[in-house]
Design a protein around this ligand. Structure first.
Ligand code: HEC
Length: 212
């Protein structure tokens, strides 16, 4: 065992004092030798225009730092569709068109959204020979104008867009409720059919119509 007496006490003390001094200077705590502001590495991070929670804010007219979410945005992890992919019966009862009318504008909007979100896989004409299917050689993307798809109710298609189905991902957090119904109108026009609202009688389900 090393005896305490043999330790180089002088240097230990000098080292400790020097360390405190260096750390103090670097942290800006020791300024006795200068009238200047302490050294700041990345001073634009120390002094920046930022909103501190609950503080007043001169940038916004209502002077609040805590902002409401921007309309139409979805927080990470926020549950925007209450059903899972397998809840098909519940979907037939729950998903009702909240009153989106079938107008020229809505159809054009549906076309626009379909071309953005659905055409990469299902193609612009919904037949399925898309960029992803052809170039990506992704098999299993159905032709949405086939009889099986035509026979699906609007409630069910809304459900597929919202919850996803097997390899097709959910679009509930990317496409607004109204746009999803607009897409369904447009898809029906591509299919050349009117489509049914739901396989469940309307009377029992109206009260449960979701807002999302
Ligand atoms: C990433 C590729 C991809 C995108 C984008 C995509 N889908 Fe799909 N979709 C698929 C695949 C794959 C299937 C087949 C799922 C399965 O095997 O059950 C499918 C199935 C469907 C079905 C069911 C068809 C049937 O007969 O069972 C509908 C309806 C549908 N998609 C509509 C849409 C709509 C509307 C959009 C745009 C909002 C969309 N899809 C976007 C890949 C995609």
């Amino acid at each position: 065992m090393i005896s305490l007496r043999k330790l180089p006490w002088f240097w230990i003390v000098v080292g400790a004092v020097a360390s405190v001094f260096v750390v103090g200077v670097l942290a800006g705590k020791i300024t006795w030798f200068s009238e200047e502001r302490p050294v700041e590495f990345l001073d634009n991070m120390d002094h920046q225009f930022k909103a501190i929670p609950q503080s007043a804010n001169t940038f916004f007219t209502d002077r609040k730092s805590v902002r409401e979410p921007v309309e139409g945005t979805v927080a990470r992890g926020q549950d925007v569709y209450p059903l899972g992919p397998g809840d098909i019966d519940a979907a037939e009862g729950l998903n009702r068109n909240p009153g989106v009318p079938k107008t020229e504008f809505v159809l054009a909007r549906g076309q626009n959204r379909f071309n953005v979100f659905c055409s990469p896989c299902h193609n612009y004409d919904a037949h399925g020979e898309s960029r992803v299917a052809v170039r990506g050689q992704w098999a299993g993307i159905p032709d949405l104008t086939r009889d099986e798809t035509k026979a699906l109710s609007n409630a069910r298609i809304y459900h597929i867009i919202s919850a996803g189905q097997n390899l097709m991902p959910s679009y509930a957090d990317k496409i607004s409720t109204t746009d999803r119904w607009a897409i369904i109108y447009y898809l029906r026009s591509l299919q050349g059919v009117e489509g049914t609202e739901s396989t469940t009688p309307t009377a029992t389900a109206d009260a449960a119509a979701p807002t999302n």
